[in-house]
Ligand binder design. Structure first.
Ligand code: C2O
Length: 346
């Protein structure tokens, strides 16, 4: 069976990497309704973040949306901190499996990784659109797999004093124009930009093609009711890298025992760049299906895995994995940008 859907009312404190306990539970929900898929109609196009300059209209829009989210009452589940907490609760011990109090319910490290984050972004984007009163609003994606996107996009670093897209909890050595190392681990020596870009492209090739031959390689291992996520060790190739690496490379290093913001799961959603990072992770799912011949699982335990989120109207809805497999049915698509790593075989 699919792991039982965690209910907000069963949420308990999560734990930071240094052991500190943290309450990131959403408000308890009643009257949870099931999300009803609507007829396909793409109205939102997620654009590559490096396309936008900090004086573009789009930049101002996204800034406005985040600013408004930050200003919502702290009890409103659409509030920015509440949104960040959604991620925290689902990944650092906020939920256990119903009927199995010794087993955590976790959305990393298994086949839930791609679909859970797709739904999370879906609602985050709809909340932005709702606050902007603009149905066409779509999140930017951090195009870290392309040479033109291999640094922190300018829209996230502009105007440290004023921009709600800025986050001071990032590694100061990794601000632009530093080129990202998609295979970074703490303390790596830096190589010259050209070399770095080349190895990033071959890493993309390896993770998306060589290491993603099967559904399990790509999505991660099956995670069913009664499975222990800790011993499952089930992350798929993209989740491990570049996904995890982009997190740790971006996050702060002030306290290596307790990284914050992008550097740790419980706090990652506090950095607005999180949503652009995950939009690109989500884009990899499409590329794997549409250009590399990948296919989705048909296992009913995957399709029927269900999560609860607050929607753009602050109402709780339950969503199935099986209803998010086609992004166009969720109303969004991605800007079609060149994929340089397709022929970067190492
Ligand atoms: Cu839920 Cu990028 O992690």
């Amino acid at each position: 069976a699919a792991p039982a859907t965690p209910d907000f009312k069963d949420c308990v404190n999560a734990t930071e990497p240094n052991g500190t306990s943290i309450n990131c539970c959403p408000p308890a929900a009643s009257n949870i309704t099931a999300y009803v898929p609507s007829a396909a109609c793409v109205s939102r196009t997620r654009m590559s973040a490096q396309t936008f300059t900090t004086d573009s209209n789009y930049y101002r829009k996204y800034m406005k949306a985040i600013e408004k989210m930050k200003k919502l009452k702290s009890t409103d589940p659409r509030n920015f901190t509440e949104q960040a907490n959604v991620h925290c609760a689902y990944c650092d011990g906020g939920y256990t499996q119903q009927g199995n109090p010794n087993l955590l319910y976790e959305i990393h490290g298994s086949w839930l990784f791609f679909p859970w984050h797709r739904w999370y972004l879906y609602f985050f984007e709809k909340i932005c659109a709702n606050l902007l009163d603009d149905d066409s609003f779509a999140l930017p994606f951090w195009n870290w797999d392309d040479p033109t996107g291999m640094k922190i996009p300018n829209i996230f670093v502009n105007d440290p004093d004023k921009s709600p897209l800025y986050d001071s909890n990032r590694n100061p050595d990794h601000l632009p124009p530093t080129v990202i190392n998609l295979d970074w681990s703490y303390g790596d020596p830096t190589v010259d930009d050209k070399q770095q870009i080349k190895s990033n492209l071959s890493l993309m090739y390896t993770q998306m093609i060589t290491q993603s031959k099967t559904q399990t390689d790509f999505f991660g291992k099956a995670y069913r009711s009664g499975d222990d996520i800790v011993t499952l060790d089930g992350a798929g190739s993209i989740e491990l890298s570049p996904h995890n690496v982009v997190h740790s490379w971006t996050g702060t290093m002030t306290d290596p025992n307790n990284p914050i913001d992008m550097g740790a799961l419980y706090s990652a959603g506090r950095d607005p760049i999180f949503y652009a990072h995950h939009a690109n992770v989500d884009r990899m799912w499409n590329i794997w299906l549409n250009q590399l011949g990948g296919t989705n699982f048909t296992d009913s335990d995957w399709l029927n895995s269900t999560f609860i989120f607050y929607n753009e109207e602050a109402k709780p809805v339950s969503v199935r994995v099986g209803d998010c497999l086609d992004n166009t049915k969720l109303g969004y698509t991605y800007e079609d940008v060149p994929i340089a790593w397709l022929d970067a075989k190492p």
